[in-house]
Design a protein around this ligand. Structure first.
Ligand code: AMP
Ligand code: TRP
Length: 340
């Protein structure tokens, strides 16, 4: 079956952590806004049910849900053109996730590298929710029968699992009900690396705050973090091939390219042969000029939480209009009685 029989629709989500990083922004948010601006129907979700797979302080979770909503809007997600909502306000996600728990196989979930990373050494103590997390993500995507899923590189495996679940559901029940959603992983910054270690992903959970740029950081902090970013002592090469074996240099060049909206080649044709002592301040200036308006908008939006709640309420109604009939049909296909 091909996706051509399905209307194109984009779905993506991000966990509510007030600490969004430059990785989230360049790897996901910027792409979301581009896809919205292409005029394809776009559905963007704050995935708070995913967040509670590890412990969350309730008050902090409520606040982070609003803050991430503000970040989406500040980055350019327009709640009148995209559907922007919060996962727990649309109960169809949890309903469909249970059905997918019964479709997905233990063997599939055992291969998920994010579970292995997040559960760490003491797997016995991880929540069942953390293990079943990809089935909930499949439910997010497939409740809208979405065809395209813009994410960073680290989520590719989960989108592939979503395809496996969709295919097994269609096959088991002899239907062509779900599309095979495609991951959209594009651009210079699909994997933004730590500023302290070019082999590790930039992450909101890294214990060192110097390893990442937070969307909340002020201009001085951003400049200081780039200045102190770990690098080697060679000047920049004049072509991308020269970045081989230099992960920190590659990361900074990719960040520059992604923010400026140009290729790594273009960055190196300008900065090739120059020292990091010249390149880092240029990168800091570019990043602060770009991020300052986003951060300022986010703060302004956070000053009016009632307005954010209104936007989320409206988004949830529009999301449920799509998800409810889809889940009702799934119940029917599976043989579950839904009517009261
Ligand atoms: P999360 O913060 O794990 O909920 O991730 C939200 C989105 O940001 C996902 O699409 C991730 O793939 C993306 N993302 C997170 N960290 C990075 C990073 N360091 N580089 C690129 N994309 C990222
Ligand atoms: N698992 C994703 C992450 O941690 C977040 C997510 C949840 C998501 N549901 C989704 C991303 C559906 C894309 C589509 O980044």
């Amino acid at each position: 079956m091909s996706n051509e029989t399905f209307e194109p629709r984009v779905f993506s989500g991000m966990q509510p952590s007030g600490n969004l990083t430059l990785g989230n922004y360049l790897g996901a948010l910027r792409r979301w806004v581009e896809m919205q601006d292409e005029g394809i129907p776009t559905v963007y979700c704050v995935v708070n049910l995913h967040a509670i797979t590890v412990w969350q302080d309730p008050e902090a979770l409520r606040n982070a849900t609003r803050e991430v909503t503000a970040a989406y809007i500040a980055a350019g997600v327009d709640p009148t053109r995209s559907i922007l909502f919060n996962q727990s306000q649309v109960p169809q996600h949890a309903e469909l996730a249970w059905i997918f728990n019964c479709v997905a196989r233990l063997g599939w979930l055992n291969r998920m590298t994010q579970f292995k990373d997040k559960a760490g050494k003491d797997r016995e103590k991880a929540s069942i929710g953390l293990y079943a997390y990809p089935a909930l993500m499949a439910a997010d995507i497939l409740a809208y029968r979405a065809t395209h899923v813009p994410v960073g590189e680290d989520q590719k495996q989960h989108v592939e699992l979503t395809r496996d679940i969709a295919a097994k559901f269609n096959h088991d029940f002899g239907v062509e009900f779900f599309p095979m959603p495609e991951p959209v992983i594009k651009g210079a910054a699909t994997r933004v690396m730590s500023l302290r270690d070019g082999t590790k992903k930039m992450s909101k959970s890294d214990p060192s705050d110097m390893s990442r740029i937070n969307l909340r950081d002020d201009a001085d902090t951003i400049a200081q973090k780039f200045r102190k970013a770990r690098t080697d002592s060679e000047p920049l090469p004049s072509e991308p091939a020269g970045l081989e074996g230099r992960p920190e240099a590659r990361n900074l060049v990719n960040i520059y390219a992604a923010i400026a909206g140009v290729s790594a080649e273009a960055v190196l044709s300008e900065y090739g042969g120059r020292a990091f002592s010249e390149f880092k301040p240029a990168l800091a200036d570019l990043a602060t000029a770009h991020l300052a308006p986003v951060t300022a908008r986010m703060r302004a939006l956070m000053a009016d939480p009632a307005e954010i709640d209104r936007i989320l309420g409206d988004g949830a109604n529009r999301a449920a209009e799509i998800a409810e009939p889809v889940v009702a049909q799934v119940y029917d296909i599976v043989g579950l009685i839904r009517s009261r």
